[in-house]
Design a protein around this ligand. Structure first.
Ligand SMILES: [Zn+2]
Length: 170
């Protein structure tokens, strides 16, 4: 199905609500569940642009090329996608650095680009993240349930605290 052909579906005036990577969290490209562009139907997309329009009843998940046409913006969709790709490379790099296990505390630590990050196992099997002076024990009221989740959040916390300006400039 190609929505570009359907009369009544707006072609212009869409706004981008954000870009997501459907491959985030996978370790190889075989694992990625690519999506189909909902607008043109024929792209194997990994970076999904979420598009919204006042005269359309729901959001559409589309690829970069359609996002550009729909918004009439031939600069920012590509920029947003590149920013996301760069972030994923930084995440990969962050995760590559091994943790040091401390058997006395039962915690895992590493120094990453000058910042100390520690993952601690708390009571009730939940995890906490220490990033320099910052502490994170829950996300939207939910406990951090496993090491993998804690590790991914440690990266987010590190980015929020230390890369904010660079990220915003990118
Ligand atoms: Zn498309």
């Amino acid at each position: 199905m190609n929505l570009w052909d359907v009369k009544g579906v707006p072609h212009k005036g869409w706004e981008c609500e954000g870009v997501i990577d459907v491959g985030d969290g996978t370790s190889s490209s075989d694992e990625i569940e690519y999506e189909q562009c909902e607008m043109c139907g024929n792209e194997k997309i990994r970076y999904v642009h979420i598009m919204k329009h006042a005269n359309y009843f729901r959001e559409l998940r589309v690829g970069c090329v359609c996002a550009e046409r729909m918004s009439g913006d031939y600069e920012n969709p590509r920029k947003a996608e590149n920013a996301l790709k760069n972030k994923l490379l930084r995440k990969k790099n962050f995760l590559k650095k091994p943790w040091k296990y401390n058997p006395l505390k039962g915690s895992y630590s590493k120094k990453y680009k000058g910042t100390y990050i520690t993952l601690v196992k708390g009571r009730y099997d939940s995890w906490g993240i220490y990033c320099d002076k910052y502490r994170l024990w829950q996300v939207r009221g939910q406990k951090i349930k496993d090491f993998k989740a804690a590790e991914a959040l440690a990266f987010e916390l590190y980015e929020l605290c230390y890369r904010r300006q660079e990220t915003m400039a990118a």
